[in-house]
Design a protein around this ligand. Structure first.
Ligand SMILES: Nc1ncnc2c1ncn2[C@@H]1O[C@H](COP(=O)(O)OP(=O)(O)OP(=O)(O)O)[C@@H](O)[C@H]1O
Ligand SMILES: [Mg+2]
Length: 281
């Protein structure tokens, strides 16, 4: 299938207080793609996202959207939406008020703000809560309000910064499905930041694995499992994923052998760990 490139990031660098936080970041995101940025705390994920949406200027490098240079375009002109971890809702406004608020500053959308807001509130399954204030909603529902507010502006690209980290495990699984459904329905391009390996594998078309300030691998989940490009990816992604699956398999379904779940992966990791230990001696 031919992919059209939606976003292209070229040689992006960011220096904070003489420290290089991002060094030579290059990647593309295709139209309609779900790309996760996976990496440990402090590796620069949020910094990339802030630069992409225009909240922070890069030290150097270029960002193209549909081939047009947007590196210095104001955030309000980029047609990108962002969903944060902490929802950032107005506590004194209802669900409807929160979603409508985002539309009030748009010349074209302002007139139809009520109708548009109702539509997206329906899309995220909150229509019966439309008049409630945020404190009367669960964490998952509040995050859906934040998603609806972003969707209302019909952005070409939606960026999520660890939107699930404040939620419990059940709610994460539900919201994960909903985000995937929203992507299918709106055919939007999504960039999703997480430090949770499992979440990245469950959601993504491709995963960008980051270490401090750099990209270690950018591939499909299948390719990362089959051909991790270096020791960092093997350890940070596959070893951690294996630990999670192993602990589940042990308790949930003892009869399912590890190998039947992800054939061949464990052997590769085992031999990697063995070789590494042998090398260290
Ligand atoms: N405004 C700033 N001024 C100086 N340093 C900053 C600033 N913002 C971020 N940093 C530093 O840049 C590095 C990357 O931060 P960033 O927030 O991008 O990490 P992250 O991958 O999103 O981490 P987390 O998973 O904890 O959210 C960190 O060392 C951080 O301290
Ligand atoms: Mg962050």
């Amino acid at each position: 299938m031919e992919h059209s490139v939606k976003l292209e990031v070229k040689e992006l660098r960011k220096i904070f207080n003489k420290q290089e936080i991002l060094s030579n970041i290059n990647f593309t995101v295709n139209e309609g793609e779900f790309l996760s940025i996976l990496g440990p705390s402090g590796c620069g994920k949020t910094t990339i996202l802030r630069i992409l949406v225009g909240l922070l200027p890069p030290t150097s490098g270029q960002i193209l959207k549909d081939g047009e240079d947007i590196t210095f375009l104001p955030a309000s002109k980029r047609n990108m939406g962002i969903v944060f971890q902490n929802y950032a809702l107005f506590q004194n406004m209802s669900v409807l008020g929160n979603v409508e608020y985002a539309l009030k500053f748009h010349k074209d959308l302002k007139k139809r703000s009520g109708e548009i807001a109702r539509g997206v509130i329906e899309d995220v399954g909150l229509i019966e809560h439309i008049n409630k204030k945020p404190h009367r909603l669960s964490g998952g529902q509040q995050q859906r309000v934040a998603i609806a507010r972003t969707l209302a502006l019909n952005p070409e690209i939606i960026l999520f910064d660890e939107p699930m980290s404040a939620l419990d495990a059940d709610m994460r699984l539900i919201l994960r499905e909903e985000i995937k459904n929203i992507q299918r329905k709106f055919n939007s391009t999504m960039i999703y930041i997480t430090h949770d390996q499992e979440e990245a594998f469950a959601l993504s078309d491709r995963i960008m694995v980051m270490d401090y300030g750099e990209i270690k691998q950018l591939d499909t989940p299948e390719e990362i499992i089959a051909n991790p490009s270096n020791d960092y990816v093997r350890e940070f992604v596959l070893e951690n994923l294996r630990k999670k699956i192993d602990s589940l398999v042990k308790y949930v379904k003892p009869e399912v052998s590890r190998n039947s779940m992800l054939s061949g992966v464990w052997e590769k990791i085992d031999s990697f760990v063995k070789n590494k230990k042998a090398g260290a001696q």
